[in-house]
Design a protein around this ligand. Structure first.
Ligand SMILES: Nc1ncnc2c1ncn2[C@@H]1O[C@H](COP(=O)(O)OP(=O)(O)OP(=O)(O)O)[C@@H](O)[C@H]1O
Ligand SMILES: [Mn+2]
Length: 269
């Protein structure tokens, strides 16, 4: 065997599961008789795989794609945490150019998959709100750090658990998050108090909402203030998720079912 062959053989030794990211039919059929379970992960099941995990977003970063896909497969009980996996994907385009070996358990429990896939709001709406928060965190408002609170999904119930702090600039409008003009408006209004309420489909329902959920049983990390507490609590009281940009530490956090499930530094994106 060649040196490369020997290396690859050792690399794939003891692998217990195979994840194929958006494979071609020919690649998929190469693994048809594999002894290990094969999971196909992608936006669509174009190869008619028996075991398929949908990626609701395009993750350009291969490690993010793997994290999301493996978490999804674990969530669907297609893999278990002890497994050593071989992930095959195209990092620079559609052609397969990357093989990564990972341990399934390293990707469990971050809740990121759950945030996108099992929220009431569309995955693209969740992504758009995350993107606005990250941009706002990077640039601030006119160079100053700014905070913001976005409550996404289950808007009717969220409106019932909150009250207006001021006139709602989105009252008669039908605008959606992700639209560039709307993102400018969201950044502009983030200087003012309260929360934005966004519907399952991404419509901006209101700005300036003061949230009044019951905070009973909400367990968020110490040191976070009223904005984060309100964010956590509203996601326990309703089926919304909340995305918060902190004015004081500059981090973006996401809450679901009363828990902090994602924390990221805008400077890393
Ligand atoms: N219940 C609430 N509903 C909506 N907005 C709120 C609520 N409580 C606080 N806020 C908003 O959060 C802002 C900051 O409050 P506070 O400093 O207590 O929160 P925090 O969690 O420490 O957030 P930050 O990290 O951004 O400082 C307030 O000025 C207000 O605009
Ligand atoms: Mn504060």
């Amino acid at each position: 065997m060649t040196a490369v062959g020997t290396f690859l053989d050792a690399f794939a030794d003891d692998v217990e599961g195979i994840c194929l990211f958006s494979p071609s039919s020919s690649l998929y059929s190469t693994f048809a008789d594999a002894d290990e379970p094969v999971v196909v992960i992608g936006a669509e099941n174009t190869v008619d795989a028996d075991v398929f995990v949908e990626l609701p977003l395009e993750f350009r970063d291969p490690t993010e794609r793997i994290r999301f896909g493996v978490e999804g497969a674990l969530g669907q009980d297609e893999l278990d945490e002890e497994m050593e996996l071989l992930c095959v994907l195209g990092s620079f385009g559609d052609d397969m150019d990357t093989v990564m070996r990972v341990r399934a358990g390293d990707f469990s429990d971050s809740g990121v998959y759950d945030l996108f896939a099992n929220s009431r709001a569309d995955p693209s709406v969740v992504r758009n709100v995350l993107e606005v928060s990250v941009e706002l965190g990077k640039k601030g408002q006119k160079g100053k750090p700014v905070g913001a609170l976005f409550v996404v999904g289950d808007a009717g119930k969220v409106m019932n658990k909150s009250r207006p702090l001021s006139y709602n600039p989105f009252e008669k409008s039908h605008v959606h998050v992700g639209d560039p003009i709307v993102n400018v408006m969201l950044k502009e209004f983030s200087r003012l108090d309260g929360a934005f309420v966004i519907s399952d489909s991404g419509k901006i329902v209101s700005a300036y909402r003061y949230l009044e959920p019951s905070a009973a049983g909400v367990d968020i990390p110490k040191g976070l203030g009223a904005r984060h507490m309100a964010a956590g609590a509203v996601t326990r009281d309703t089926n919304a998720i909340a995305i918060v940009l902190s004015e004081s530490d500059g981090l973006v956090r996401a809450f679901k079912s009363g828990e902090l499930i994602l924390e990221l530094d805008p400077e890393d994106y």
